[in-house]
Design a protein around this ligand. Structure first.
Ligand SMILES: *Cc1c(COP(=O)(O)O)cnc(C)c1O
Length: 410
């Protein structure tokens, strides 16, 4: 009979299966070396050594598992992959150098010339560029549709459609897609449903459980949560992830071990951060809705939101992004933004620090006036990525914006 436990051993897979997301966030994908450190070790090394020429041959030949080179595998990166896979409820995850590298790698691994993609119109601007400009060059055509219009999705699917791609909730208007309905359409069309889960994170929404085939993240946003580095990840079943991993190890958009370690630590606080983001965002959305200068608030947590019920069914929280429209267009919007003193004026989102931006001239500035119109990006629109500061301090800072508007008109 032996007592104690093997400290080097990762928590048994079977134990992890029964654990809740809050626990997985701090315990899944754990690494422990012979030093028995409590925090996760970091392995900043490009390559690994062997005990013998025969062992090197066995590793290269695939007869013995183990690391060879960090473009292929790295223990810190694998620890992050294991943790996010457990949190999303996916079989496997592959980390990438950025969120865009995750989207590109998914497309390169699973699509080929002649294939067709249907993509929601409101996706991240660079995702739009990737499909419209670069994938098109390699013979993959993309049709853009309204995120919430099922008829448009249905009508846009062709025999050669291989992928439906979307973000829900959308940026910046918080539109919500019905993932179960889109999953049924994808299955009937022999296409993959790929969901960019950047805004909700697995804490608020697990697309794989709703029928998505793959989940993509820009880890740069909430997964890190403190604006420190750029990274991405794809999560899903091994049959797709092995293909994506194959592309990544050949093309090289791998995540660095330093960044993987930062994201690994970021995940530990993700559940409590997301709850704080949601609480602050809901309260601000309700408060903004009462301001006479505000024409409209976009937040799925408000009963006034057209997909409020769907969001309630599909998400366990409404997220940290709140947008609102000031009557009068660009001038009052800029005046409002410039009058704040604490909130950061930046287009980044998902940070513990609240940020404010004018989508029409920043994140969506590239769009033509007609496309802005279609996407609902008006000149009076302001987007907040609500952080975790005290709610009263956030209101005080935003009140400076309203005060400036009043001073302008009097
Ligand atoms: C930022 C972002 C991306 C791109 O991620 P990077 O890490 O900047 O490459 C993709 N999708 C969404 C929704 C994003 O917000």
């Amino acid at each position: 009979m032996t007592f104690g436990r093997d400290e080097h051993q990762w928590i048994p897979e079977s134990d992890l299966e029964d654990m809740s997301l809050d626990t997985l966030a701090v315990r899944a994908g754990q690494i422990r070396t012979a030093q028995l450190e409590h925090s996760d070790a970091i392995f900043p090394t490009s390559s690994f050594v062997y005990g013998s020429a025969a062992q090197a041959a066995a590793r290269f030949g695939g007869d013995e598992p183990g690391n060879i080179y960090s473009r292929f595998t790295n223990p810190t990166v694998q620890a992050f992959e294991g943790r996010i896979a457990a949190m999303e409820g996916g079989e496997k995850a592959v980390a990438t150098a950025s969120g865009m590298a995750a989207i590109l790698s998914t497309c390169m691994a699973l699509l080929q010339a002649g294939d067709h993609v249907v993509c929601s119109r409101g996706v991240f601007g660079t995702t739009n560029v990737l499909f419209q400009k670069y994938m098109a060059r390699f013979g993959v055509e993309t049709t853009f549709v309204s995120l919430t219009n099922m008829d448009e999705w249905q009508a846009s699917v062709r025999p050669e459609t291989r992928m439906l791609f979307l973000e829900t909730p959308s940026n910046p208007l918080c539109e919500v897609a019905d993932m179960a309905a889109l999953s049924a359409l994808a299955k009937a069309s022999d296409a993959l449903l790929v969901v960019d889960n950047c805004f909700c994170t697995p804490v608020l929404q697990r697309p794989l459980e709703l029928g998505a085939d793959l989940v993509i993240h820009s880890a740069t946003k909430y997964l890190d949560g403190q604006g420190r580095c750029v990274g991405g990840v794809v999560v899903g079943p091994a049959r797709y992830l092995d293909e994506i991993y194959g592309f990544i190890r050949s093309a090289g958009p791998t995540m660095s071990p330093f960044n993987a370690w930062v994201f690994q630590k970021g995940l530990e606080t993700l559940p409590i951060r997301m709850r704080a983001h949601c609480d602050n965002a809901l309260e601000l959305a309700q408060w903004l809705e009462q301001q006479p200068e505000v024409a409209r608030v976009y937040y799925a947590g408000l009963p006034s939101h057209p997909q409020h019920d769907l969001a309630k069914r599909q998400q366990s929280g409404f997220g940290g992004i709140v947008s609102f429209e000031l009557a009068g267009g660009r001038e009052p919007a800029w005046c409002f933004i410039d009058a704040t003193r604490m909130i950061s004026i930046t287009a980044n989102l998902g940070d513990v620090k609240t940020t404010i931006t004018h989508p029409a001239t920043t994140t969506h500035g590239r769009l033509s006036p007609e496309d802005k119109d279609k996407a609902g990006i008006t000149e009076g629109l302001i987007r907040l990525s609500v952080g975790i500061e005290a709610i009263d301090d956030l209101k005080t800072d935003l009140q400076r914006g309203f005060q400036a508007l009043q001073d302008e008109t009097h």
